[in-house]
Ligand binder design. Structure first.
Ligand SMILES: [Fe+2]
Length: 196
């Protein structure tokens, strides 16, 4: 690990590594990981730093950390103002999604059909919550959701229980067309959070 990493981020990774060593259950790890992420995205230093992160428009994620020992991944996403997000799931992975700058909207959906047809899906939005800087959303495996941009630029840090891209395909839903298809997740762009 680099020694010029942002201190708040270094602490976050150390916290996660301790949690992964102490717990064996994925849900428990991610519940405690959510609390650690909440501390990170409330940190003023991290919040300031996130204003300089590059845009991830075009289905990209910044790849901030891959933990070779424990398998978890930390990503970041930077949305342009008014960006529309796709409705999707994260397959078998748990995800904690923490906004650190700006404002986003998290939509949750329920599936109405029985899933018998692999290309057909009927979904309905059941809630929309506002994610402001410091708010973390824990998303269970297979949960159908969308993250929508707010009126301005926004940034978020994402903790994933395990690697997704290159390991497993995720579902992408089209509510109007009533379709679902499998696809690969965001392109991973390595990016280090270093002290300026
Ligand atoms: Fe998501």
């Amino acid at each position: 690990m680099r020694n010029d990493r942002l201190p708040a981020f270094q602490t976050f990774i150390a916290d996660l590594r301790a949690i992964w060593s102490e717990e064996t259950d994925t849900r428990r790890r991610m519940e405690r990981g959510r609390d650690a992420l909440e501390r990170l995205v409330r940190d003023p230093e991290l919040q300031r730093h996130s204003k300089s992160w590059p845009s991830t428009e075009g289905l990209k994620n910044l790849l901030l950390h891959t933990d070779d020992e424990h398998g978890f991944i930390v990503n970041a996403v930077v949305r342009e103002p008014g960006r529309t997000g796709s409705v999707h799931d994260h397959a078998d992975a748990w995800t904690a999604y923490g906004v650190c700058d700006g404002q986003e909207y998290v939509e949750r959906y329920e599936r109405l059909d029985d899933g018998a047809d692999p290309e057909h899906a009927e979904i309905r939005r059941v809630s929309t919550t506002i994610g402001r800087a410091g708010v973390v959303d824990l998303v269970a495996p297979w949960a159908i959701h969308a993250e929508q941009g707010g009126g301005g630029r926004s940034a978020a840090v994402i903790l994933r229980s395990q690697k997704l891209v290159g390991r497993v395909l995720q579902h992408r839903y089209d509510e109007q067309a009533r379709t679902v298809k499998l696809g690969s997740g965001p392109t991973q762009i390595p990016y280090e959070l270093t002290v300026a």
